[in-house]
Write a protein that binds this ligand. Structure first.
Ligand code: 2HA
Ligand code: ZN
Length: 273
């Protein structure tokens, strides 16, 4: 089968296009990666043409031998739908997890996303954390979350609690909460280490003054998670634009009732009165 005919490719392109339509991917902003299932890789392997091995700039031994579909560095997510073979690539990780090679795509040259270290280190953490279930890592420049990083303290507790309070379904959609990375230089190993450390606990990490990373099992759940968190941030921006305080909100007791009723565990850390 051709790579472009595969279902995982269609789902990936639809997600990139949905993110573009949400306004989260100005210019070349944002990036997406998918850990391809063994049987999916086997179906399209005849379409692969491997190039040379290159250093990842991170060590991901738990991902040895895996294939990933990723966006290209400097590529516009807006173009994924019209020119996937130019905008995207499939990479293979070598046997010690230190190197990768392009096996499909980027037909006009280029490299995988500048955030490859963050993507792969997150994949390594979520693969272990979920016992091989999570496969998607998504980075987007979500407007309202970015705005909040200028006016809220940059703590996991404040962001989680404020975002949970903005819509009743939030603690059900991201019960473990959200982590916050302070401003750091993007594209390198340090921010990758910091982000992947947070992914051991959370499915979402906020990058101050930059955007968000969301992780999940499939394209629907990961896009839905990004969308839910960003919508919650939008409500908070609207509330704070009208007045600086809330007249009423969802209370700690309300969250406890919700956690009993929906059978989700909410960490004590976020249930302070
Ligand atoms: O331009 O979003 O963080 C791609 C990015 C880098
Ligand atoms: Zn970015």
């Amino acid at each position: 089968m051709k790579v472009l005919e595969a279902e995982f490719m269609k789902g990936f392109i639809r997600m990139a296009d949905d993110g573009w339509k949400m306004g989260w991917h100005e210019r070349n902003g944002g990036n997406l990666s998918y850990r391809i299932k063994k049987e999916e890789a086997a179906q399209v392997k005849s379409d692969f043409a491997p190039s040379g091995w290159k250093n990842i700039d991170a060590s991901v031994p738990m991902l040895a031998g895996e294939f990933f579909l990723v966006t290209g560095s400097g590529k516009f997510l807006r173009n994924a739908v019209i020119a996937p073979e130019d905008s995207l690539c499939i990479i293979e990780i070598n046997e010690d997890g230190e190197q990768f090679r392009i096996v499909w795509g980027l037909v006009n040259g280029g490299r995988p996303t500048s955030e490859l270290p963050s993507h792969l280190m997150n994949h390594q953490v979520i693969k272990q954390k979920t016992n091989n279930v999570y496969r998607v890592v998504y980075h987007a420049h979500t407007t309202n979350i970015i705005a909040l990083t200028f006016i809220l303290p940059l703590s996991d507790e404040v962001f989680t609690r404020e975002l949970w309070e903005m819509a009743t379904e939030c603690p059900v959609v991201f019960p473990s909460g959200v982590g916050v990375v302070p401003w750091m230089v993007p594209g390198g190993r340090d921010i990758a280490v910091e982000t992947s450390r947070l992914m051991e606990k959370y499915d979402v990490a906020v990058w101050a003054h930059h955007g968000m990373f969301a992780t999940g099992e499939n394209f629907d759940l990961t896009f839905g998670l990004m969308h839910t968190v960003e919508k919650s941030a939008e409500i908070l921006v609207k509330v704070l634009s009208v007045r600086p305080d809330k007249l009423q909100t969802i209370t700690t007791q309300n969250f406890k009732d919700l956690s009993d009723s929906f059978k989700v565990t909410l960490p004590e850390q976020f249930l302070k009165p």
